[in-house]
Design a protein around this ligand. Structure first.
Ligand code: GLU
Length: 273
């Protein structure tokens, strides 16, 4: 059975890009007689605003979607912690105290998601009192996993290239898991067979595939869909004040009609494939 999910983070209102993501995941499941799940990705305690989850549900109802909701990330912290400890015992994580600006200053390579962490803290004995993130030793992880592949429904067969993002953070300084670790574990636990999300997360999938191999998790298929863009061709962003679905709803727009327009490609999309 096909199981998809929409996994919004409650750090700002949903916009048209999210509506397209939710509709894509919903339709791919429903057209195949499968299940469509919603998971609130509130791992980032400092930026999450719990009250937004209810606003998200209202938006999804307005779009005419129905779903099964699975537990939010904030209720799965023990599991993340257990798995992080397992990876640490296996010698696959190391502590890092670098700040964003340290990394920007030290990075020699810019990867798909910005400056690639150059491994500054790898092999250093750090003071235990310093707040540290835990990074994946990607070279060691690849050595153990061997070559990996994954399948994207639109972009096709992919040779995994997890090294492109560098030694990513799996445990943040103040949270028991980063997005990469939490989302990979959740998708496995929720039985997601087709991970649908925007193309902006394409590079992240190389890391997720590596984590699946290290943790012996089932391997889904992916479907990275094009992003909805504004008139200038820029990705919609909460911080640039892109119109929220709640604003559109308040302005009297019909959500079912919006869904029809998104499905028919009447909003500008940007695809890298
Ligand atoms: N929580 C992520 C976001 O809101 C989505 C992650 C995913 O679909 O894997 O951008």
């Amino acid at each position: 059975m096909i199981v998809t999910r929409f996994a919004p983070s409650p750090n700002g209102m949903l916009h048209l890009g999210h509506a397209f993501a939710a509709i894509t995941a919903h339709d791919l499941a429903m057209d195949a007689g499968g299940r469509f799940l919603v998971r609130i990705e509130d791992i980032d305690g400092a930026r999450s605003r719990p009250e937004l989850a209810d606003a998200f549900r209202e938006d999804l109802v307005w779009l005419g979607l129905t779903w099964d909701e699975v537990p939010a990330q904030s209720s799965r912290l023990t599991r993340y912690d257990d798995v992080a400890q397992q990876l640490e015992r296996a010698g696959l994580l190391y502590p890092c105290i670098c700040t964003r600006s340290d990394i920007a200053a030290a990075a020699e390579v810019t990867g798909p998601e910005g400056p690639v962490y150059p491994g500054t803290c790898k092999g250093k004995a750090l003071q235990p009192s310093e707040p540290a993130a835990l990074r994946l030793d990607v070279a060691e992880a690849i050595r153990r996993s061997g070559p990996l592949q994954w399948q994207d429904a639109l972009a096709g067969y992919q040779q995994a290239d997890p090294a492109a993002l560098g030694d990513v953070v799996l445990v943040r300084k103040s949270e028991p898991a980063s997005y990469h670790l939490a989302a990979t574990l959740d998708d496995a636990e929720d039985g997601v067979t087709l991970v649908t999300r925007g193309e902006d997360l394409f590079a992240a999938t190389h890391i997720h595939r590596l984590l699946q191999s290290l943790l012996d998790l089932p391997v889904p298929t992916w479907h990275h869909h094009p992003l909805i863009v504004d008139e200038e061709g820029r990705k919609l962003a909460k911080r640039r004040g892109s119109l929220s679905l709640a604003d559109l709803r308040a302005s009297g727009m019909n959500g079912i009609q919006l869904g029809t327009d998104l499905r028919a490609g009447r909003y500008r999309q940007h695809s890298t494939h």
